[in-house]
Structure formats: C-alpha cells, structure tokens
Design a protein around this ligand. Structure first.
Ligand SMILES: [Zn+2]
Length: 376
C-alpha cells in the first residue's frame, strides 16, 4: 500500500464530523514534527486548527485544508460503513475520501518530501488545517486563524487549497477565485387602509413595483474574463394582510447579488440605494455580506500549478471561479495568490463518497511539483 493511501485510510477511520477533529491533526502534527516542522495547535472554542511550518523567511507557501467531514447520513444506505475505509474496484470509499482527507494526506506527504529533498530551501512552506470548514458559520476555523496571522504580521504569498476541484478528469479544473455573495432585506413603508379609499392610503406595492422592475433590469457590470457579470435575483416578496379589502402598510423583499470583481459590495449598496431613493420610497435595507469575491490572476502560483498538472496529468487545466465556497476566501485578503486543486468532486457529501486510488497516488507528486517550481 502506498504512503498516501495509508495515511488517507488512517484519517478516514477517525469520524471527524464538524467541529470534532478526532485526533486527525495530532497525527499530522506528529509526522510533520518528525520531518522538522514547527507545529502549533490553535484551538478556538470547539475547533482545532493546526499550523505547521518549515523555514523562517519569505516567500510563504501554504497548503490549506480541513480535517472535518460532513455527517454520513443514513448508515444503511452506505455499501460499506462510512468510517471503515474500504477499497473496491480501484476506489477508496469512506466519508472524507474526496472531501478532503485524500487532499490533506497528499499535502502532508508533499511537505515531508519537499523538506527531505530540499532541507536548505529558501522561503517558508507550511500546512494549515482546520476542523471547521464544513460547518454553518466557520467562525473559529481559518477565519479566526487569519485574524491571529494579521496580529502577528504573518504573511502568505501563495496558497494551494487541496479541495476536490476536478470535474470529469483529474486535473481538468483549477479554481482561481469565487464570486461574492451579498444579501439584502428591503422594507418599503406605506400607509395601510381600505382599498375603497385610495386617497387615504399609500400602497407600498404600487410604489415599489417600478423600483423593483428597475433593479431587475439593471446591468450591474459586464463581468470579465474570469467572472460572469454580476447578477441580482429577488427571492422573496411579501405584502398584504390576507384580506382582499386592505391596502397593506409595508412590503418586504429579499434579494441577493452574486457579484464579480468588477463591482464591490459598497458600489452595489450605493446603486441600490440611489434607485430606491429616485423612486421616492420610504424604505430600509438590511444588508448581509457573506463573502467578498476574490480572484487570483495569472501569476507565479497559477503558472506553477498549470505546469505541474500538464506534466503529471497530461492535460491543461481550465481556470475557473465556479463551485461553492472554500476557506481560500479568508486567505486571499492577506494578499495571497490562491488556487484550489484536487481530486474529482462528483461524490463529495454523498452516500458512498470515494476517490480513485490512481488519482490519489498522483496527488502528493502534484503538490510537491508545485512547491518545487515556486521555490526553484
Ligand atoms: Zn472540503
């Protein structure tokens, strides 16, 4: 059995459902300490975070991942138990096989191999893993670690997130950013009254309708080479008391922006405000920014990662900004180039989650090659 398969199996055996790390990070820390890394456990609330680094100066390359997994769901639906890693037909099955204990194992082995081959390397090479990536809030995971890094002045130049990014073939997709998400709850005030006395009411539905039409028709930006244009979608509209003869006093509307780097949360807020004011509405908007967009432009990290994929997988990866969120969004604001790169994501969070063993065995070499290209 290969080292990476061995370590992945060891990790899957630990049922580390968010935020319980279940000893995964201790295992990684012991290995990396033996390889000469300085390791540090940052525990916040219920969450374990491991920071292990080798080298003391810049530039800084960080491999980022998570040891937590989503719950397995109904156990009787699994062909083999989710926390008893099982090999069938060239695939390794178990919760976390793809998302992302294979990536964590491969990143750890790549770090060990890099330091063994280049004990006097320039710069700093590190692993950062958290046990709270899959949870609903992610407050005490990488977000909190990054706050600590800001206090310490810890820089990060390049960040490789070993999340399952591949779609059809291993190495076909490399994530280089993601859109921002900005939500709004709009309340428009009118004056309630009898429908038969239009001069005594102010109908918030009538007043808001043209403004909503203008919001829906607005082109917020044109997008760019990496992102589609910003889109706004209204998800809920509510007004009315239920009675047919009452003009309601208020109208409530929820809408959300998925926005690209051509707009900012601030510019969108201002433009929405201006439209609502121009229509003479009496209104309030409560905004909630769940994540700013980020984009890693073609630079040292993207060049190194693309070249490493071409060499090891024989294909040129597509750089895109699709998919859900990852902890890369917390690292990017430090000024780091961030790419997300890992196995096929078709089975993640599902029953019978699995990873191809052939792909898994290529993964440490891929991460190692990226590090060597950056520090060459
Ligand atoms: Zn993940």
């Amino acid at each position: 059995m290969s080292d990476v398969l061995d370590l992945t199996i060891d990790l899957i055996r630990r049922p580390s459902v968010t935020p319980d790390d279940h000893g995964c990070q201790q295992l990684l820390a012991e290995r990396l300490a033996r390889a000469g890394f300085a390791t540090e456990h940052l525990r916040y609330g219920e969450v374990d975070n491991l920071w292990a680094r080798h080298g003391t100066d810049g530039p800084v390359l960080v491999f980022l991942g998570h040891t937590d997994v989503v719950p397995p769901g109904p156990l009787d639906k699994w062909t083999s138990p989710p926390f008893e890693p099982t090999i069938r037909g060239g695939k390794l099955y178990g919760r976390g096989a793809a998302d992302m204990k294979s990536g964590v194992a491969a990143m750890t082995l790549a770090l060990e191999a890099f330091v063994a081959a280049h004990p006097q390397h320039r710069g700093t090479i590190a692993l950062l893993v958290t046990s709270d990536e899959e949870g609903p809030t992610n407050v005490d995971g990488v977000r909190r670690v990054v706050e600590e890094f800001r206090r310490r002045g810890q820089r990060i130049d390049w960040c490789v997130v070993g999340e399952p990014s591949s779609a059809q073939k291993f190495g076909d997709v490399m994530r280089v950013g993601r859109r921002g998400s900005l939500s709004a709850h709009l309340t428009v005030r009118g004056v309630q009254g009898h429908v038969a006395y239009p001069d005594k009411v102010k109908n918030p539905i009538h007043l808001a309708a043209p403004a909503l039409a203008e919001l829906a028709a607005t082109k917020w930006d044109e997008g760019n080479a990496e992102f589609p244009p910003t889109s706004m979608q209204i998800s809920n509209v509510h007004a009315g008391t239920g009675a047919l003869n009452v003009v309601p006093g208020t109208l409530d509307v929820d809408f959300n922006f998925r926005y690209c780097t051509e707009s900012t949360a601030e510019s969108l807020r201002e433009r929405v405000d201006a439209i609502l004011r121009r229509h003479g509405l009496d209104f309030d908007v409560a905004w909630d920014l769940s994540g700013a967009p980020f984009l890693t432009r073609e630079g040292a990290l993207r060049v190194a990662a693309s070249a490493a994929i071409r060499e090891l997988c024989g294909i040129a990866p597509e750089a895109n900004t699709g998919g859900g969120t990852s902890d890369g969004r917390f690292i990017a604001p430090l000024g780091a180039e961030v790419v997300e790169l890992g196995p096929i994501n078709a089975s993640i969070h599902k029953i019978d989650e699995h990873v191809s063993i052939a792909e898994l065995e290529k993964l440490p070499a891929l991460f190692l090659r990226i590090a060597e290209k950056l520090f060459a």
